[in-house]
Design a protein around this ligand. Structure first.
Ligand SMILES: Cc1cc2nc3c(=O)[nH]c(=O)nc-3n(C[C@H](O)[C@H](O)[C@H](O)COP(=O)(O)O)c2cc1C
Length: 209
């Protein structure tokens, strides 16, 4: 596989072909790639909502400036940050580390205290910014993995998070929607697929020391 050819072929798809569905097997691979995303401490302070229901997606589209990707993509992934990230979140994570790696919990007390200290030293606003960044890293994993799997995708911030949260009723889960990844297959009519990539030149983007 030539990664650069895959990344040059991908583009933020504006018009999806609503008749083309991503197979269950490919969808599983994509979700697994997102599950494998790196995150600060490994805490994964977010959830990924997989929205396929057409009625919900029609509602969401109204809260996303009518963008057609919301209803016409095969599936909609919404990265929702866990704004209620606190000492309890750390305890759950430490349990998972302990079980997965077969390490006694007591051996993880130092790690646990360090994470709790870091969280407790931040304001609620800082925590929300931090957990949102983690959700965006998962988005990045999803974008690249979709390209590798030859699935078209569109990352999207053009929506009203407050309206999405209300429609999906996720505040009660301690979640706030942050960014979307619509996935499916491009329509032949999407003229954006023919446009040249606009990117900074290498010598402008990379600063060597
Ligand atoms: C975080 C983020 C939010 C974006 N929001 C939207 C959006 O709401 N609607 C849309 O059509 N494209 C959206 N885009 C796509 C960008 O416009 C696109 O990635 C950029 O122009 C580069 O083009 P390319 O991805 O086709 O190479 C978004 C991209 C990112 C990374």
């Amino acid at each position: 596989m030539d990664i650069l050819s895959k990344l040059n072929t991908r583009y933020a798809t504006k018009v999806f072909d609503p008749t083309k569905k991503v197979s269950e097997a490919d969808m599983e691979k994509l979700l697994e790639a997102i599950r494998l995303s790196a995150s600060s401490y490994g805490l994964q302070p977010y959830k990924v909502l997989v929205v396929e229901d057409p009625a919900i997606r029609a509602e969401l589209r109204k809260a996303a400036w009518g963008q057609s990707q919301i209803t016409d993509a095969s599936a909609l992934l919404i990265f929702a940050a866990k704004y209620e990230t606190n000492a309890g979140t750390v305890d759950e994570f430490v349990d998972l580390v302990s079980q997965t790696r077969n390490i006694p919990k007591e051996a993880l007390f130092g790690f646990s205290d360090m994470m709790k200290g870091s969280i407790q030293s931040q304001s609620q606003e800082q925590i929300e910014t931090w957990v949102s960044k983690q959700a965006y890293i998962a988005l990045g994993f999803g974008l690249v993995s979709a390209a590798v799997l030859d699935i078209d995708a569109c990352p999207m911030e053009g929506f009203s998070p407050a309206d999405f949260d209300r429609i999906l009723d996720i505040n009660k889960l301690g979640l706030k929607s942050k960014v979307i990844l619509a996935v499916g297959y491009r329509s032949e009519e999407d003229k954006y697929q023919h446009l040249a990539k606009v990117r900074q030149k290498k010598e402008d983007l990379f600063i060597k020391f």
